[in-house]
Design a binder for this molecule. Structure first.
Ligand SMILES: C[S@@+](CC[C@H](N)C(=O)[O-])C[C@H]1O[C@@H](n2cnc3c(N)ncnc32)[C@H](O)[C@@H]1O
Length: 310
């Protein structure tokens, strides 16, 4: 199946990244390469794009899609937590912009066959990087009831986490849970009035498991640890997140970095600014406009935050 994804908040991303001809930009979440392609248009004729994705399908697709720009593109099948090493391996001091468009792509939901969607009956895998050891089926069949409950509660903010965990543990005593369809049916049966709710009753459980399988919040935190050393002065960071847990981490970490660097910075530069400040560009979170949401309902929960290395 062709790789599918619609890039969200494309114009806003380009503006906040401050893309300019000749600039070096890193896209840590290449996906369908829609944002990457847009960046390459802006940093032409001689700018560089470094693209990372932990999913092999995304990298294979991007190699084809961006083949006409191959001399200005460096692609890596790696986790974005490796970006700091990639920058060094390429012999660069830093980059002018880093984009993270977090989470999964439409391809994961519709074309990967890895059980990301509760609307499909597929093997319960949910790994973005299939080289990693633990699948969603491993977690669902091996974790203790209280650990499953914690995952559903903490990562999915699922009200019925206890009931769902109990139902899973009961069901797996008879036979292991192997498919996304089986899990979705179990969740529906565990949630009171589940079928009548506005969102599908398995939405939160599937999101929580995906976050746990891919260690998403830890990975995001690890990348944020290295942001100041990866950005050139004036370089920008732009992050699109899709749920409140991610956005909270981004918001708090950017604030902490802004404060920390103010406090720890050395003597002020000629312009009277403290050196090494990460300045937040989005005092309030930026959301997609109504037209984009109407055209692409999946964009509705997007939150954009950006900061600049000054
Ligand atoms: C929402 S999609 C990005 C879409 C992309 N901006 C576009 O225009 O098509 C997210 C992508 O990030 C990748 N991803 C998520 N977490 C990652 C991580 N920690 N390291 C590397 N890639 C990651 C996923 O595999 C997925 O392909």
């Amino acid at each position: 199946m062709a790789y599918r994804h619609i890039p969200v908040m494309r114009t806003e991303v380009l503006n906040y990244l401050g893309c300019r001809p000749g600039g070096v930009y890193a896209d840590g979440t290449l996906g369908g390469a829609g944002h990457a392609r847009a960046i390459l248009e802006q940093n032409a004729p001689d700018g560089l794009l470094i693209g990372l994705d932990q999913d092999a399908d995304a990298i294979a697709n991007a190699r084809l899609l961006l083949a006409d720009q191959a001399d200005r593109v460096r692609l890596f099948h790696r986790n974005f937590t490796d970006l700091v090493e990639v920058i060094r391996e390429l012999g660069l001091k830093g980059v002018d912009g880093i984009l993270l468009d977090l989470g999964i792509s439409l391809h994961h939901l519709q074309g990967s066959g890895r059980g990301f969607s509760f609307l499909r009956d597929e093997p319960l895998d949910m790994r973005m990087d299939t080289r990693t050891a633990q699948t969603a089926a491993d977690l669902v069949n091996r974790l203790k009831e209280d650990e499953l409950q914690r995952i559903f509660q903490e990562y999915g903010e699922e009200r019925w986490s206890g009931r769902i965990a109990r139902r899973i543990v009961h069901a797996r005593r008879k036979q292991p849970i192997r498919s996304s369809g089986e899990l979705a049916r179990l969740v529906c049966a565990a949630v009171p009035g589940g079928r009548r709710s506005r969102i599908h009753p398995a939405t939160r459980v599937f999101m929580a498991l995906r976050i746990a399988v891919n260690d998403e919040l830890v990975r995001l935190s690890e990348l944020l640890d290295h942001v100041p050393e990866m950005l050139n002065p004036g370089g920008r960071l732009c992050i699109l997140s899709f749920h409140s847990l991610e956005d909270r981490i981004v918001k708090q970490r950017l604030k902490a970095m802004e404060t920390k660097y103010r406090r720890d910075s050395g003597p002020n530069d000629a312009a009277g600014r403290p050196e090494g400040v990460l300045r937040i560009l989005t005092r309030k979170v930026v959301r997609p406009g109504p037209e984009e949401i109407a055209a692409n309902p999946m964009a509705r929960s997007t939150k954009l935050r950006a900061a600049e290395r000054v």
